[in-house]
Design a protein around this ligand. Sequence first.
Ligand SMILES: Nc1nc2c(ncn2[C@@H]2O[C@H](COP(=O)(O)OP(=O)(O)O)[C@@H](O)[C@H]2O)c(=O)[nH]1
Ligand SMILES: [Mg+2]
Length: 476
Amino acid sequence: MGFFSKLKKVWQSPEDIAQQALDDYKREHGLAGPEAASAPAEPIAAPEPPAGAPAAPESSAVDAAARPPAPPPPPADAADWQSGLTLALRQAEPKLSQWLTIITEGVDQKGPLLWERLAFLFKALGAPDDEAREFIGRFEAWLDEMDYRAVADFRSELQFRLALALDLEDEEDERDRLFLKLSDGIAKTREQITKRIDGLLSSHSRLDDDFWDGFEEILIMADVGMEAAGQLMDNLKVRARKAGTDNPDDFKEILREELEDIFRTPPRIEAVNPPEVLMMVGVNGVGKTTTIAKLAYRAQMQGRKVLIAAGDTFRAAAIEQLEVWAKRIGAGFFAKAEGSDPAAVAYEAMDKAVNEGYDLLLLDTAGRLHTKVNLMEELKKVQRVLGKKHPGAPHRCVLVIDATTGQNALSQTKLFNEAVGLDEIILTKLDGTAKGGVVVAVTLQNRLPITFVGLGEKMEDLRPFNGKDFAKALLS
Ligand SMILES: Nc1nc2c(ncn2[C@@H]2O[C@H](COP(=O)(O)OP(=O)(O)O)[C@@H](O)[C@H]2O)c(=O)[nH]1
Ligand SMILES: [Mg+2]
């Protein structure tokens, strides 16, 4: 994590970093002229930064001055592109996307040129060579695996990996991307809801009974469900009354505020005695296995050591599918033969995770016949075994539900919650439905946080769920 925390630290002042890189480069290659020594705080070859950009700190110049003598200069063209790049980085907005645009300029394909540029970026950020190499090596292997060549095809993946590694998902840049992606992912739902609400609003001059009837209909169409729709409408009416308005112009704002309230998730308890254990439950086909892979991938990118365990022993194919994912991601994998007792898998996987110093154990479980008592008994047993072996485990019991199943999601949530006591929900396939209103219903009726949403089948298509963004995207 050294590299990444360092990157994160330097992220705060890209101008300084770029200046430092330029100074280092010039010094190392003997390009620093006498003017650099006499005016150390000034950029060397670079023109003044744009107005408002912070000046390079004096310390970088002091450091530079204290360093050993420089080796002989490299060929002129190498110096040119590097100082050109440094200058561009210096002048760019401090955003990951901008930096990537700069270093990939004129690079269309993967290959030595791209690795060189990436290595340069890392160096400019002060990353140790070996950790930078590891990052690049991993990424290169992934590109080979996926058979990607064109930068355009994997640019978002590269940015995603960097953002994860840098823990930058809260940065504005990444949030914009999430917001856009979320907007795409819920386009169908939005169309269904927003268009209809707009139509309703334009045909009513007051928020009267007729309006509310129409609104209820829209909610039902969007799969919010009768019960949740009723609850939501009661809350909205109270809000409107408190605000002293029955003006249709105010309605969307009231709705947005209410949705944001509904999605306000309680803070999670973070302190966990490692390894952290996640038990994934849910019926077949909802996307459990895919989601485990996506979570493992995210965690790995954040520098955690991840073990995936194949607790769905019902079908050999389920075990194989998970193993393929684990290999692809580079996570540890634990399985027993098809038909083994899932509790035994949990027990031994827990052992392995503790003994081999894993940070995170992701346990897959079977999802067949969710209406049958025996699956629930089996899950309870798995849970008990984990807790015996490692106090506090499973730390998070996560239900995966498929947004396209609509109201079924509600009964699944109820059933699993009664059996194992859920901590959170991950809602998949939100990209594939016009009925995303089920998000509202599930949250309203269970008061369980939705932590991630699946917006597609790709690795990076699992996104932290942000209710505020969701409400915004839904009503925009
Ligand atoms: N469009 C879309 N498909 C998904 C998403 N998550 C999973 N899937 C697909 O859903 C199918 C079932 O997934 P799987 O992980 O095997 O489900 P499991 O039976 O619960 O383990 C696969 O084809 C996945 O690619 C998602 O967020 N969006
Ligand atoms: Mg599965």
